[in-house]
Design a protein around this ligand. Structure first.
Ligand SMILES: Cc1ncc(COP(=O)(O)O)c(C=O)c1O
Length: 446
C-alpha cells in the first residue's frame, strides 16, 4: 500500500496552486516524509483515498468525528438544514439551541460536582483560532491589560499573539517564532513551561499588573497527550484570581470529547472563559467561546469589545454540531474511553515486544505514544523523546491500513464507530510498525 500513484499525482497538481499543496501544514506529511494521501470518502472508522486504499482513521479530522465518518443522523441533519437555506446572516433558532446545548452540558457536569457552571453565555464563531483570538481580545478588553501567559507546546490556533513557542505544526516545522508575527505582538505573550505553577507565579511576580489572562489547553494535546498534573488547572485558577487576571480554558480539542462536558466534566475548574471547537461542529466549520455573563456582556453589541462574523452560527454547521452533540450519549464516552485504552494497550504490547522504550500517555481518551522511558509532563520532555522513530512507525502503520497523525507531536483520536474489526486491523499492523520504530536510525548516526 506504500504505492499511492493517484495521491502523488494529485499532490504534484496541488503544489502548483496551493502553498505546499495543503491548506493546513501538518497534512503535507513533512514530519514523516512521503506522499500525503488524498482522501475521497469516509465511512464509520474508515477513510478511503484516491488510490482506493482504505485506512482505519485515528485522526478523526483532528478531533471532530467522535461518531465516525458520515454518520447517517448527522448527514440527515445537514441535508435538512441545507434544504432550508445555506446562510441568512440573521439570527436563527438553531443558534439558540446550540448555545443552550453547550451551556447545558457544562451545567449538568457542574451540578454533578455540586457546583455552578461558569458557562452562562456563548458566542459562535467559525474556527478554534477565531474562538481563542476573540477570547484573548475580550480578556484584554475586560481587564484593560495587555499581556497573556501561555504554555510552551500548547497550541491555540494561529493567533498572532499565541504563536510564540507553539506546538503542532510549529514544532514540526521548527519555526518557533513565525515570520509575520511582530516583536511587539510576541512581547505581549509570556511563555512558560506546562505543568509548572512556580513558573506561572514567577511570571505574575514580574508582570502581574500587565497580565490580562492565562490561556491553557484544558489538557495538552498538541505536543502529544499530556494531562495537567493534579491541581495544575485549579492552581491556575487560584493564581489568576489572586492577581485580577482571567483564566481562559481552551477546550477546542478536549471539549465534548473527553467527557460530555469536556475536560470540565473531569476536572471542574471554573475558568472565566472557555473556547470550544471540533466536536461541537460535527465536522463543519463551527466553534465558540463563552463564560460568565458579566464577562460576556462586554462583547459587542451588548458591550464595547468588538467581535463579528458573516458566517458565524451558520445554519448548516449548527445543525451538524447539534446532531453530533445530541448523539453523544454517556455510552458514547464509555466506548471512546475503552477504545482509547484498548489501542493504547495494543501499542504498548507491540512496542515492548520490539524492545522500544516508550510511554503511551492519556489525557482522558486523547492519547499518544512518546518514544522515551520517562513520563512526559511538558514540551521539553516531548522534544527529548526519540521522535526519529515516529516516521518509520507511521509509514508501517499506513502501509498496513492505519492512518495515524502524520506527526509525533499530535494526539491520536478515536471515534465511537471504531469496532472490533477496526481494532483487529490496528492490532495486526502494530508489530511490524514497532519493529520499524526499533530499527529507525538516529539522525546523524553512521
Ligand atoms: C487546543 C486548540 N485550540 C485551538 C485550536 C485551533 O482550532 P482551529 O484549527 O479550528 O482554528 C486547536 C486546533 O487544533 C487546538 O487543538
Amino acid at each position: 500500500m506504500s504505492d499511492a500513484p493517484r495521491s502523488a499525482e494529485l499532490f504534484a497538481r496541488a503544489q502548483r496552486v496551493i502553498p505546499g499543496g495543503v491548506n493546513s501544514p501538518v497534512r503535507a506529511f513533512r514530519a514523516v516524509g512521503g506522499t500525503p494521501r488524498f482522501m475521497v470518502s469516509g465511512q464509520g472508522p474508515y477513510l478511503t483515498d484516491a488510490d482506493g486504499h482504505t485506512y482505519v482513521d485515528l485522526v478523526a479530522s483532528w478531533g471532530p468525528m467522535i461518531h465516525g465518518h458520515a454518520h447517517p443522523q448527522i448527514v440527515a441533519a445537514v441535508q435538512q438544514a441545507a434544504t432550508s437555506g445555506l446562510s441568512f446572516g440573521t439570527p436563527t433558532i438553531g443558534e439558540i439551541e446550540l448555545a443552550e446545548e453547550l451551556i447545558g452540558k457544562l451545567a449538568t457536569a457542574a451540578q454533578a460536582h455540586g457546583t455552578t457552571s461558569p458557562l452562562e453565555e456563548v458566542r459562535l464563531v467559525n474556527s478554534g483560532t477565531e474562538a481563542t483570538m476573540s477570547a484573548v481580545r475580550l480578556a484584554k478588553g475586560v481587564t484593560g491589560r495587555r499581556k497573556i501567559v501561555k504554555f510552551a507546546g500548547c497550541y491555540h490556533g494561529h493567533v498572532d499573539a499565541l504563536l510564540a513557542s507553539a506546538g503542532s505544526g510549529v514544532i514540526t516545522f521548527a519555526t518557533p517564532d513565525t515570520p509575520g508575527v511582530t516583536s511587539a505582538q510576541a512581547a505581549e505573550t509570556i511563555v512558560v513551561p506546562y505543568n509548572d505553577l512556580a513558573a506561572v507565579e514567577a511570571a505574575f511576580a514580574a508582570d502581574g499588573p500587565d497580565i490580562a489572562a492565562v490561556i491553557t489547553e484544558a489538557a495538552a494535546g498538541n505536543m502529544g497527550a499530556i494531562a495537567p498534573k493534579p491541581g495544575f488547572n485549579a492552581g491556575l485558577r487560584e493564581i489568576t484570581e489572586r492577581h485580577g487576571a482571567l483564566l481562559i480554558m481552551d477546550e477546542v480539542m478536549t471539549g465534548f470529547r473527553v467527557s460530555a462536558a469536556g475536560w470540565y466534566g473531569l476536572d471542574p475548574v471554573a475558568a472565566d472563559l472557555f473556547t470550544f471547537g471540533k466536536v461541537m461542529s460535527g465536522g463543519l466549520p463551527a466553534a465558540a467561546f463563552g463564560g460568565r455573563r458579566e464577562i460576556m456582556a462586554s462583547l459587542s453589541p451588548a458591550g464595547p469589545v468588538y467581535q463579528a462574523g458573516t458566517l458565524s452560527g451558520n445554519p448548516v454547521a449548527v445543525a451538524a454540531g447539534l446532531a453530533s452533540l445530541r448523539l453523544a450519549t454517556p455510552e458514547v464516552y464509555v466506548t471512546l474511553d475503552a477504545t482509547a485504552r484498548r489501542i493504547g494497550a495494543l501499542a504498548t504490547q507491540a512496542l515492548a515486544e520490539a524492545g522500544v522504550a516508550h510511554r503511551v500517555q492519556y489525557a482522558g481518551n486523547l492519547f499518544s505514544v512518546f518514544f522515551t522511558d520517562q513520563d512526559v509532563t511538558d514540551f521539553a520532555g516531548a522534544q527529548a523523546a526519540e521522535t526519529f522513530r515516529y516516521g518509520p512507525f507511521f509509514h508501517a502503520m499506513l502501509n498496513a491500513g492505519v492512518y495515524l497523525p502524520p506527526s509525533a507531536f499530535e494526539a491520536w483520536f478515536v471515534g465511537a464507530a471504531h469496532d472490533d474489526r477496526a481494532l483487529e486491523i490496528i492490532a495486526a499492523a502494530l508489530p511490524a510498525a514497532a519493529r520499524a520504530a526499533a530499527a529507525a536510525a538516529r539522525p546523524g548516526a553512521a
